[in-house]
Design a protein around this ligand. Structure first.
Ligand code: NAD
Length: 420
């Protein structure tokens, strides 16, 4: 019974992230009040969204928007459409966004949104109605200088476009800085779509250097073949690595000689599904335990746990997904000398280029893809080095080092404002 409770706590992503925030603030010498401020979002809105379905019926969907801390600047973070969205998950995701903004030094706090729905079962028009309904429901608390949404799991640039249009109608002015991850013609940024994967690629390259692994010929396994996972597979393939395993929500594919990534990219659907086309598949759990040098969870939370951490064969794990590794698994991997690059660093490329998009919208002047990529490269390499070095100096794992850097600016800003 006690063991079950312990396991449930480990899978509770909010409790898990709170425990690391507490440790990070303690290490930095902040008082308990600072932890009390940071352990939960400062604002959490629950909304009910009525949506007319194509068959004439009305479905009422539940959605959330969490704003973790706005001491540094407006909050920012994606909107997830998924059947397993929960209030706790959205809260944890908003905290992770605050940490990412601190790590890559953006003038933001963290925000996050989610709707409990399954977009794979909805028509294009139903998706438009739910996207617009969500914006109407949260319009009072969002805006270009308040809280700026973006894409996340199962949302994309089309959904951002509908959300932008709805917001502009409500406010009665053109407002491209309200949302990021937009199509280029609506003020999107070059390089935004592939930004998360670019950031992950930079982290993999830096981690490989530290471990003395040559990326050319290195065997890579990627869980998830959506926005993050599919671009990453392409970048790894182009860098000469052998992508030996990939997966989606329905299973995984494995080829020790390397998968045909261009073919898989061509056949994947807009929800990142490709394995349904194959008979010879493996399970997601088998995929995580494949023999490889680099493992990248790029799908959902709680994939590497104490139940499988001992069997992970990779010597580098880079978290493209948010929260894929439990704290217990982090301890086991660290003890086994696996270099674990945490989500709040590895997946910060997305919010970094979202910030670039917002800056371009605010100044009305747009950058080339090379400019965006050059700036992203500098930010990610600098952030990786800071965290890697702090972990070495303070003798902590990279997750705790990342949290220490991630909370520092927010804590300082909260103190200057006189909140704590
Ligand atoms: P996506 O919707 O484009 O793709 C999700 C992928 O995960 C799909 O291939 C899907 O089939 C797979 N998946 C879904 N449920 C699964 C399950 N139960 N088991 C295995 N696979 C499953 O989403 P994305 O934008 O690529 O996001 C993936 C992860 O990366 C999420 O944790 C997200 O929060 C994180 N992330 C994304 C961005 C971004 O800019 N897209 C930025 C930072 C972090």
């Amino acid at each position: 019974m006690a063991e079950n409770k312990q396991q449930a706590e480990q899978l509770d992503v909010l409790a898990a992230t709170q425990s690391v925030i507490k440790k990070a603030l303690d290490k930095l010498g902040y008082p308990d009040e600072m932890y009390e401020l940071m352990k939960e979002p400062i604002r959490m809105l629950t909304v009910r969204i009525p949506v007319k379905m194509d068959d004439g019926s009305t479905n009422i969907f539940t959605g959330y928007r969490a704003q973790h801390n706005d001491s540094v600047g407006p909050t920012k973070g994606g909107v997830r459409f998924h059947p397993s969205v929960t209030e706790k998950e959205v809260k944890a995701l908003s905290i992770w966004m605050s940490l990412k903004a601190g790590i890559v030094d953006l003038p933001y706090g963290g925000g996050k949104g989610g709707i409990i729905c399954d977009p794979r079962e909805m028509s294009f028009r139903e998706l438009e109605r739910i996207s617009r309904g969500y914006v109407r429901a949260i319009s009072q608390i969002v805006g270009p200088t308040k809280d700026i949404p973006a894409p996340d799991v199962f949302t994309n640039s089309q959904i951002m476009a509908w959300m932008l249009d709805e917001y502009s109608r409500i406010r009665e002015f053109d407002s491209p800085g309200f949302i990021t991850g937009k199509p280029l013609v609506l003020g999107g940024s070059h390089g935004r779509e592939s930004a998360t994967a670019k950031g992950v690629t930079i982290c993999i390259r830096e981690a490989a250097k530290k471990k003395g692994i040559d990326l050319d010929g290195a065997r890579v396994v990627i869980q998830g073949f959506g926005n993050a996972g599919s671009f990453l597979a392409k970048f790894m393939h182009d860098a000469g690595a052998l992508v030996v395993g990939i997966s989606d929500a329905y299973g995984g594919l494995y080829d020790p000689d390397g998968l045909d990534i261009d073919y898989l990219l061509d056949r994947r659907d807009s929800f990142g599904t490709v394995t349904k086309l194959f008979r010879d598949t493996i399970s997601n759990q088998e995929l995580l335990e494949l023999d490889c040098d680099i493992l990248v969870p790029a799908a959902i939370e709680n994939q590497i746990t104490e139940a499988n951490a001992d069997r992970i064969k990779a010597s580098i794990v880079v978290e493209a997904a948010n929260g894929p590794t439990t704290m217990e698994a982090t301890r086991i991997l660290t003890e086994r000398d696996v270099l674990l690059v945490p989500d709040v660093l590895a997946s910060a490329g997305g919010v970094t280029v979202s910030y670039f998009e917002w800056v371009q919208n605010n100044q009305g002047y747009y950058w080339t893809e090379d400019e965006v990529e050059g700036k992203l490269e500098a930010v990610m390499v600098g952030s990786f080095e800071n965290i890697y070095n702090l972990a070495r100096v303070r003798k902590v794992d990279m997750r705790l080092a990342a949290y220490m850097i991630g909370v520092r600016k927010m804590a300082e800003a909260s103190r200057f404002r006189g909140w704590v």
